[in-house]
Design a protein around this ligand. Structure first.
Ligand code: ZN
Length: 342
């Protein structure tokens, strides 16, 4: 399964719009490539945790040379000096920051918890407008430069995609409907937390945006998604309007986008934001710990829905902070605040 950072509703809008014909054609091509990839079926071999306790990243950056072929030529190995190619070096740095975050915050050794090597392919396709985790590695396009900048730019894009890998190795939430929206949401949660940790920001200081810096100059928008105010990240003639709800009252029933996985993720995203800001301080320490332990603790099912996930976070919070703890009540209020009663 491939998980893309730019959702189909944005690409469909570009493809069907009245903008630059070259951009329309590339958006159509990106959509065709994405749906071809969606029909891939792959059996994931979940590696059991090994006794490897080294906690050393093992990164390889590859260059697709603007072709749509994986994995591309290896251009930077672990420990090798910067290459001078901005996107190669950005990708290397952000894989490292993501690895360091999961080690520092949750003592997790890479994506699989057992030191999985981290592989990125950059310069994928011709001005390709997306980045994705394909079940085994990261892939980044350069962006068309008119609507999107390089996909290696924002740290939270890399964090989002690598978290899809962690979900794959843990709760393995299916990529459809509410479990799919939860899968998307936990990628946004940890994508944002990695950025907050890297910048040393508290919950109050964070922007809670996903993909800030990814939209090119002249586009009317600040990011792909906002956890603080779902539905407000962009409103642009070429990209359309951010369709995310932040409350169950505005839940979107749709068969598109795998049942709205990039749309309804706004609801659990906002619940996390509410919990983290109510608790205060560094969001990765308490709210992040609750979500991380819930995701990786083995109690979720692949088809867990919002209500089930909310109940699981409450159980985790009660275990960590006590049933009457302030953190537990913040988590409960966060879910009721978005219309989910655990
Ligand atoms: Zn995603």
């Amino acid at each position: 399964m491939r998980c893309h950072i730019v959702p189909p509703h944005m690409l469909e809008r570009i493809a069907g719009g009245a903008g630059d014909p070259a951009l329309r054609d590339r958006a159509r091509r990106t959509l065709a490539l994405s749906s071809a990839a969606r029909s891939e079926r792959r059996t994931l071999l979940v590696t059991p945790p090994s006794p490897n306790e080294d906690f050393v990243p093992n990164r390889t950056i590859r260059d697709a040379g603007n072709r749509e072929e994986l994995p591309g030529k290896a251009v930077r190995a672990e420990g090798a000096p910067a290459t001078g190619d901005k996107v190669v070096d950005q990708s290397y740095d952000w894989l490292g920051a993501t690895f360091d975050f999961f080690e520092a915050a949750y003592r997790r050794n890479s994506i699989d918890g057992a030191g999985l090597p981290l592989i990125s392919t950059v310069h994928y396709g011709d001005r390709y407008d997306n980045a994705f985790w394909n079940g085994e590695q990261m892939v980044y396009g350069d962006g068309d430069g008119t609507l999107f900048t390089e996909f290696t730019g924002p740290l939270d894009v890399t964090g989002h995609e690598l978290t899809h890998g962690i979900t794959q190795y843990t709760a393995n939430l299916e990529y459809y409907s509410q479990p799919g929206a939860l899968n998307e949401s936990v990628s946004d949660v940890f994508g944002s937390l990695i950025k907050q940790w890297h910048l040393g920001q508290t919950a109050d200081q964070a922007d809670w945006l996903i993909g800030q810096g990814l939209l090119a100059e002249g586009v009317n928008g600040v990011a792909l998604r906002s956890m603080k105010e779902p539905g407000t990240a962009y409103d642009d003639p070429q990209l359309g309007k951010d369709p995310q709800p932040g409350h169950m009252d505005h839940y979107v029933e749709t068969y598109r986008d795998n049942g709205g996985v990039h749309i309804n993720s706004g609801i659990p995203n906002h619940a996390f934001y509410l919990a983290a800001t109510a608790i205060g301080g560094n969001a990765w320490e308490k709210a992040g710990r609750v979500w991380y332990d819930t995701l990786t603790g083995g109690t979720l099912k692949t088809d867990t829905d919002f209500k089930g996930f909310a109940a699981a976070t409450l159980e985790t919070a009660a275990r960590l902070y006590g049933a009457d703890g302030a953190e537990t009540s913040a988590v409960r209020q966060a879910w009721t605040g978005v219309g989910v009663s655990p």
